[in-house]
Design a protein around this ligand. Structure first.
Ligand SMILES: Cc1ncc(COP(=O)(O)O)c(C=O)c1O
Length: 425
């Protein structure tokens, strides 16, 4: 197969037709995703382009991975420089590389002092690839803390998680998912997780016992239906964690890095967790890169030589992209932009909703907006939107998820609002 017949931004990667691509997926791919029938040939900024050059506004942004927009020029430059400068390839982790060093120091300072009760000697960062790997790092950290610091018998540690959570797809992580589909038949599952109602601080309090070592929470739930917890919930978790000597870890993979109009979503309640997990947009959506960040004291307590690792975790090319992506957030003030554009967009959507027979509720913060529909058939509205040049998907079946790249401009917002008006009228 001559796959690389064409390779430019007009035509995309190959000369195969859309129906060839569907066929390849059907016969050679695992069928683990429900897809919209659209082959995207290239993507620039907020827009996706098909074979005929028809463009679609990307209102999903790869679940927040494409926050700076697709193929941001600064990212392309940084990655191209790294490849051409021959400092991009993966090296054995026995040597130091300057991209990793620079990335770690930038990342550690990008977050506030985490877990301040453990001291103010800064944060430390452990890099991985996909987001779920860093969720696993966080789980290890909470468990080890319970064992070492609290004297919980190894194997008895318990972590409190929340109903309808989404933290990824490894065996341990699906073990505490509320979705039967994601775990049925994949047993034996990993024990040690207690799931309680999201937003119910009394349920958390009740679940704490002598073996509890940590709380893992999404400061807003993305896959769970674009849920904003009741005000005071995160503050309540912080108090419970302090009172009971638990590590409070926020999974900011989908809602961090500006998405909700704050640098980190936990800032909406002015709390500081003991650790955070970041992924997706961390490398600007081009290369998988995730991190677990915590107080230096905790990181040093939990991880020693040989206790963790990853061939590609923190490899030079990903770190170059990571540094460039963090700089884009700062340079383009994407946090403020998400807050401002999100406010405008949400107000416009609320106006449509007030006249729509279909909408039950509009919720969200920044550019993280959910439109819950009355009949729970959000995907039907998303299919209609695709026909009108907007790519969106459902969250939890009942909610249309609107989370475009954070660089979305006023004209693009107007285009989106017009199309939403048509499908929700
Ligand atoms: C909150 C949250 N945590 C974890 C993950 C898993 O990340 P990844 O798919 O990169 O493993 C996701 C992915 O959607 C997520 O939204």
């Amino acid at each position: 197969m001559d796959l690389l017949k064409k390779n430019n931004i007009e035509t995309g990667f190959s000369e195969f037709s859309d129906s060839d691509i569907f066929e390849f997926e059907e016969t050679c791919g695992a069928h683990h995703y429900e897809r919209v029938k659209l082959v995207v040939r290239h993507a620039i900024g907020c827009w996706l382009y098909d074979e005929n050059g028809k463009k679609y506004l990307d209102c999903l942004a790869a679940y927040s991975a494409a926050n700076p927009g697709h193929h941001h020029p600064d990212l392309i430059k940084a990655i191209t420089n790294a490849l051409e400068g021959k400092f991009a390839s993966v090296l054995s982790n026995v040597v130091y590389t300057d991209p990793l060093g620079v990335f770690l120091s930038k990342m550690a300072e990008f977050a506030p002092q985490l877990g301040p009760r453990f001291g103010n000697k800064g944060n430390k960062v452990l890099p991985k690839n996909g987001g779920v790997e860093s969720v696993e790092t966080a789980i290890k950290t909470m468990r080890y803390y319970g064992y070492k610091q609290k004297g919980i018998k190894d194997g008895k540690q318990e972590i409190i998680v929340f109903n309808n959570n989404f933290h990824g797809r490894t065996i341990s992580v699906v073990s505490f998912s509320s979705s039967e589909k994601s775990k049925q038949g994949f047993g034996p599952l990993t024990p040690g997780f207690i799931s309680v109602e999201y937003g119910d601080i009394f349920a958390v309090k009740k679940a704490i016992n002598k073996n509890t070592c940590g709380i893992l929470v999404e400061p807003m739930q993305g896959e769970g239906g674009m849920i904003v917890p009741p005000e005071g919930f995160l503050k309540g978790l912080r108090v419970l964690a302090d009172d009971n000597d638990l590590l409070l870890i926020c999974d900011e993979i989908q809602v961090g890095l500006g998405r909700t109009g704050k640098k980190f979503c936990f800032e909406h309640e002015n709390i500081v967790p003991d650790g955070i997990i970041l992924g997706k947009a961390l490398s600007g959506g081009i290369i998988p890169l995730s991190v677990f960040i915590t107080n230096a004291e905790i990181m040093d307590m939990v991880f020693s030589k040989g206790s963790d690792g990853s061939t590609f975790g923190g490899y030079p090319l990903a770190c170059v992209a990571g540094v460039a992506a963090l700089e884009i957030i700062e340079k383009e003030d994407l946090v403020k932009r998400a807050a401002e554009k999100g406010k405008i967009l949400k107000e416009k959507i609320e106006k449509i909703a007030s006249k729509s027979p279909h909408v039950k509720e509009v919720r969200g913060k920044g550019l993280f907006i959910g439109i819950e529909v009355k009949k729970g058939n959000a995907m039907e509205f998303c299919q209609k939107l695709a026909g009108l040049g907007v790519v969106a998907n459902d969250s939890h079946g009942h909610t249309i998820r609107i989370s475009p790249p954070l660089i979305i401009n006023d004209q693009e917002i107007d285009f989106l609002v017009k199309q939403l008006e048509k499908v929700l009228a």
